[in-house]
Design a protein around this ligand. Structure first.
Ligand SMILES: [Zn+2]
Length: 151
């Protein structure tokens, strides 16, 4: 009997594969909405990802309640990192939404990154200095979009 051809289409989502148990991971937490496991390319030791069970490529597809759970779990894990027997003097929470923001896996994930002084992790950016009129105009544009969202 010939081997089954692999199904057409894009490769499966690696985080959905981990959640389904078809790819290995080093888990630290799970509940009915969210799982957390170590990043396979950690920036620092203990760097992990908090991931919704339900596939959502972007924040625009993520249930807001699940997003709240994502942050609540990241908050708990951040406190656990301070308590764990690991180097941890600070913590970054980082979520990249969209390719332009540096998202590399199209399944929403919140990075929890333990930090120590001098660990070398940096986000390069040069701060601008807009005047108050520009800040107010920008705030107005965002308020309009929020009001439209609320309906
Ligand atoms: Zn997925």
């Amino acid at each position: 009997m010939p081997a089954m051809a692999s199904p057409p289409g894009p490769p499966p989502c690696p985080f959905c594969e981990i959640i389904a148990g078809r790819l290995e991971s080093s888990p630290v937490y799970e509940d009915d909405q969210v799982v957390a496991f170590l990043d396979i390319n950690p920036v620092t030791r203990g760097h992990l990802l908090v991931v919704p069970r339900a596939h959502a490529a972007r924040l625009s597809a993520l249930d807001p309640g699940t997003g709240a759970s994502l942050f609540a779990v990241a908050h708990r894990i951040a406190l656990a990192l301070y308590a764990a027997d690991l180097p941890c003097e600070g913590v970054n929470l980082f979520l990249a939404d969209g390719e332009a923001a540096g998202q590399e896996v199209d399944h929403v994930h919140l990075h929890v990154i333990p930090r120590v002084t001098g660990d070398g992790f940096r986000i390069e950016a040069s701060g601008q200095q807009p005047g108050r009129p520009e800040l107010d105009a920008t705030a107005g544009q965002i308020r309009i979009a929020l009001a439209a969202d609320i309906g």
